[in-house]
Design a binder for this molecule. Structure first.
Ligand SMILES: [Zn+2]
Length: 149
């Protein structure tokens, strides 16, 4: 068994009623991302040389992906299965700075922020925690807290 499927089972353990999507490893993920979730559809998609049905949704992660990428994409599946309307940009939007891109990506979308927060316990690297610090500070700034210090 592939380790990413084992990890997905671990991440999804509390959601026993949810049918899990297949996980495909691929280096050809668009939008400079390490993970992608495809919503369930009655079609097939070709990745690399193989066709995959999308009837259960599909998670595609790069070979460099970390557990938190898998958790993030799984959460989009969970959102779909729980009737959420996806409100994310769908693709990465490059802004003036990387920090601004991160803030706009996650703060502009309930779906993306929820997937980000869900992935936090699976983070082993420093950079997503840096994102979290930016997001918290931006929220404090928008709510006027920083001016009150
Ligand atoms: Zn996402």
């Amino acid at each position: 068994m592939q380790p990413e499927l084992l990890m997905l089972r671990h991440i999804a353990r509390p959601d026993k009623q949810i049918i899990l999507p297949p996980v495909v490893l691929s280096e050809n993920i668009p939008y400079t991302s390490d993970g992608m979730y495809l919503f369930p559809e009655n079609v097939e998609i070709m990745i690399g040389e193989k066709f995959y049905p999308l009837d259960r949704g599909l998670i595609v992660i790069s070979p460099n992906a970390e557990d938190f990428h898998l958790a993030h994409e799984y959460r989009h599946h969970w959102q779909w299965m729980n009737g959420w309307e996806f409100d994310g940009p769908g693709e990465w939007q490059q802004r003036k700075t990387y920090k601004k891109s991160i803030i706009d990506y996650f703060m502009g979308s309930r779906s993306e922020m929820d997937a980000h927060l869900f992935s936090l316990p699976y983070i082993k690297k420093d950079f997503p925690l840096q994102w979290q610090e930016w997001l918290i500070k931006e929220r404090e700034r928008r709510e006027g807290w920083i001016d009150r210090y």
